[in-house]
Design a binder for this molecule. Structure first.
Ligand code: HEC
Length: 489
């Protein structure tokens, strides 16, 4: 039996912009700032474009649209961006209108209003027409409201001048002083401590990448946390290297709990739909791969989040139902690395047991991709943004309530990430057919080939003992984290 859970409680300020008028009003003939434009900005833009606006994993709007003086100089640029639908930032295909809770789109007449206003020289209008100033339901800038607990990395870290990409791990503990007893997490919000933070993975809390919003679990869904839980912070810093670019960082996470004594029905589960074994040819403008996952119980999909790097072009999730029918769950035709949105279903997607979800990710490794760091390079899986990734994170719930970590699988369903039972260094010896001490791709057994690119960190198509050991260690760390997580669940 599937229980329906429909309510996704509001993430503070974000709810303001979800509501998009569906009344087909015509745009006013002579729009003014006070009467026509300001209401649109309040509803759709100010959540980011204001003093202390939303910080979505480091994406902070560089200007506030809260007064005529601040807004006017941007009128032309606003008209350009709203017509091109690059603002507000939202990358799902228009067919999904109304499907996702966190949709950020403007109604056609609102676009027209802004364009007409800009073309007419951006007139102010009568101050008496202006709606009251919009106030934001935040506390110290947290969109989840006043947190119950704020934790950080535990120390200041200096990202040196010459750094472009660096991964640094920190470990902190949620002590009994911070958390006297078990509680169930309702919401988590990360705040990067500097603008050079590219992403944060803080297990078991979750993580954030550019463009992510806070995680607010729907009612009935949560995650238990106990005093003594260790938090491992994996920080990725990314910037242009150079003198004077160094910066201090001490990133934070804010947590809100359900009221004491609340029991939740579901533990959120995760499937990464990840692949590690791809090589994207140099100068290839449209290279795609697929990955699939089949549900082994009647489930409800809560959210989808495609993840690639700078060469990412598009992502498509399709469902193949046991009755033979087919449906596009999410189409992101113009993937943008800077906006890694978790698309949250307004009404959870019901998928019967046996439903197969197929993810197709595509890259543009040509010179036409303005973000491409080097079209002459063949690229495979790797952590740096100049390498690539292919994930289609999917969170869901079902009666089994297995708590599976998104990263590296795990939980009772067995280890999909290939950790347990893999003696990687031993496998090199066993399968090294030509005896050169390396494991070439042709030599690797099938169960390993999916992870080849992840283990082969220097991308030379051969795995050394060192690469295998490093990979085994990475998997081991994840397993420990998972165990820590399970024992604290
Ligand atoms: C979710 C947050 C968010 C929302 C909502 C949002 N913006 Fe932005 N906006 C940004 C960020 C971050 C930038 C700077 C980075 C970028 O350009 O992508 C930006 C940049 C801009 C720019 C400048 C682009 C340039 O050329 O430098 C304009 C103009 C703009 N936004 C207009 C709007 C308008 C108009 C709306 C509402 C209809 C809106 N934005 C809604 C986050 C947001």
């Amino acid at each position: 039996m599937i229980k329906r859970v429909l309510i996704w409680t509001s993430a503070g300020a974000f709810c303001a912009m979800f509501a998009v008028s569906t009344v087909a009003n015509a745009a006013p003939i002579n729009p003014t700032y006070t009467k026509d434009v300001l209401p649109i900005l309040q509803q759709n833009c100010q959540v980011c474009h204001r003093e202390n606006g939303a910080n979505l994993g480091g994406m902070v709007a560089p200007m506030a649209f809260n007064s005529y003086e601040n807004t006017r100089p941007w009128a032309k640029s606003m008209a350009k961006h709203v017509s091109a639908k690059t603002m507000p930032p939202w990358h799902a295909a228009p067919d999904h209108h109304g499907v996702f809770k966190n949709e950020r789109t403007l109604a056609a007449e609102d676009i027209e209003t802004i364009v007409k206003w800009a073309n007419a020289g951006a007139p102010r209008g009568n101050p008496a027409d202006a709606p009251p100033e919009k106030t934001w339901n935040t506390d110290g800038g947290w969109t989840i409201g006043e947190p119950d607990l704020v934790i950080d990395m535990g120390e200041q870290y200096f990202v040196d001048d010459d750094v472009q990409d660096i991964y640094v791990d920190f470990r902190t503990t949620i002590t009994k002083d911070m958390l006297p007893e078990d509680r169930i997490i309702k919401a988590v919000e990360f705040r990067p401590g500097s603008k050079v933070v590219h992403h944060i993975i803080a297990l078991p809390l979750g993580g954030i990448a550019p463009g992510n919003e806070a995680t607010v679990y729907p009612d009935d869904i949560g995650r238990r946390i106990s005093p003594g839980t260790n938090i491992t912070w994996q920080m990725h810093y990314h910037k242009e290297p150079g003198p004077g670019t160094g910066m201090m960082d001490r990133s934070q996470a804010a947590i809100k709990f359900y009221p004491k004594g609340t029991e939740v029905k579901y533990e959120l589960q995760g499937e990464p739909l990840g692949r590690f074994d791809f090589r994207i040819p140099a100068n290839e403008a449209n290279y795609s791969i697929k990955q699939e996952f089949t549900f082994n119980a009647d489930s409800q999909i809560v959210s989808l989040m495609p993840h690639m790097h700078l060469r990412g072009k598009s992502a498509l999730y399709e469902a193949y139902y046991p009755d033979g029918s087919h449906e596009v769950l999410l189409d992101v035709p113009r993937y943008d690395f800077n906006w890694q949105t978790a698309y949250q279903f307004e009404e959870f997607k019901q998928v019967p047991k046996g439903t197969k979800v197929v993810l197709t990710t595509a890259w543009d490794n040509s010179a036409d991709n303005q973000f491409n760091p080097d079209p002459t390079e063949t690229v495979g899986w790797g952590h740096p943004t100049t390498d690539e990734m292919s994930f289609g994170f999917m969170s869901f719930i079902n009666e089994s309530n297995e708590s599976r970590s998104m990263f590296g699988g795990g939980g009772r369903r067995g280890n999909r990430g290939g950790g347990k039972g893999f003696d990687l260094a031993g496998m090199i010896k066993q399968f090294d057919a030509n005896g050169d001490g390396l494991l070439q791709k042709e030599e690797s057994p099938e169960r390993m080939s999916r992870f080849f690119g992840m283990i082969d960190t220097n991308g030379d198509d051969a795995i050394t003992i060192e690469e295998a050991k490093a990979a085994a260690e990475r998997l081991g760390q994840r397993r420990q984290q998972r165990q820590g997580q399970q024992s604290s669940d």
